[in-house]
Design a protein around this ligand. Structure first.
Ligand code: MN
Length: 294
């Protein structure tokens, strides 16, 4: 019998968007290297309203944006300008430092539904250069059994024999799985993972996951059964447990408060570590962390 843990997301707000914070969670601050996961919406924005996140910095992490509905314009300090749509993956590696904005493509309103993820970079790469990738053509894999079928799109890492071309700095997996009926999915035994329910009602190894909840499956499993009476959609996030202790504050992933304080100061002073973003939105300023003393 699987030792499955049921976890509940915390309601929060990012700008005008309601979000459900899946990670970090209390029992599991990270899953693989995944250290942050916000479900955005679904929300129907009225005409005239956008969902903008003004320029802000990152370090020590990769951001992965994955949409189920809507479109978002990504701009960053590398000069990238890229619209992302459902089924596509925007992956930005921050390394030592990068800044970016996420903007609504138009003010026509409409549905926004997606997941915003961060993967912590290991010490081997976290002080390296920044990079941006857009993947519009990701591998898909069909899984079927006598009592159901599933179709997965793999945006990071490998799943069920297919591999995303996206850069990864740690052994992680991110995949969207649409399913109906009962389907056995393969898992990598050295990974831990979360099954995050996006649409519909899903049971994992016989345990029903309520809307807004998600299931944690520990390492040691080589498969699981997903079951949905009607059309359903989940996101699988997994990986080899991340061995480094993280210090996270605002948009920074580091290893100590000193590193965080330095990053905050450099952003506030307009240091070249975090170059500017060609965005019409003003840069985001925040007060220093409580422990910061200059
Ligand atoms: Mn960001």
């Amino acid at each position: 019998m699987t030792e499955l843990e049921l976890l509940t997301a915390r309601a929060s707000q990012v700008g005008s968007l309601p979000v459900a914070r899946v990670l970090p969670s209390r029992p599991h601050r990270t899953v693989g290297a995944w250290c942050f996961a916000d479900l955005m919406g679904p929300v129907d924005l009225p005409a005239g309203e956008g969902a903008d996140v003004a320029p802000h910095p990152h370090c020590g992490l990769q951001t992965v944006t994955w949409l189920f509905a809507g479109e978002i314009l990504h701009r960053d300090s590398l000069g990238s300008e890229q619209v992302i749509r459902p089924g596509q993956c925007n992956l930005m590696t921050a390394g030592h430092g990068v800044a970016h904005s996420e903007e609504s493509v138009s003010r026509a309103g409409g549905r926004v539904h997606g997941i915003q993820l961060w993967a912590a970079q290991p010490s081997a790469t976290r002080d390296g250069g920044a990079e941006f990738e857009h993947h519009a053509d990701l591998p898909r894999v069909s899984l079927s059994g006598p009592r159901g079928k599933a179709e997965a799109t793999v945006f990071v890492g490998g799943f069920a024999g297919v591999e995303s071309p996206a850069r990864r700095d740690w052994e992680i997996v991110g995949a969207e799985v649409q399913l109906r009926g009962s389907v056995d999915i393969p898992l990598v035994a050295t990974h831990e993972r979360l099954v995050v329910v996006i649409d519909g009602s899903v049971a994992v190894d016989g345990t029903a996951i309520a809307p807004g909840a998600h299931a944690y499956l520990p390492p040691g499993l080589d498969g699981a059964t997903l079951e949905a009476a009607d059309d359903a959609r989940v996101v699988l996030l997994g990986g080899v447990p991340f061995p480094e202790e993280l210090t996270m504050w605002w948009n920074f992933v580091a290893r100590s408060r000193e590193e965080i304080g330095e990053a905050w100061q450099q952003w506030s002073e307009g240091d070249s570590r975090f170059p500017s973003v060609a965005s019409p939105l003003p840069r985001t300023e925040v007060a220093p962390p409580a422990w910061f003393s200059g």
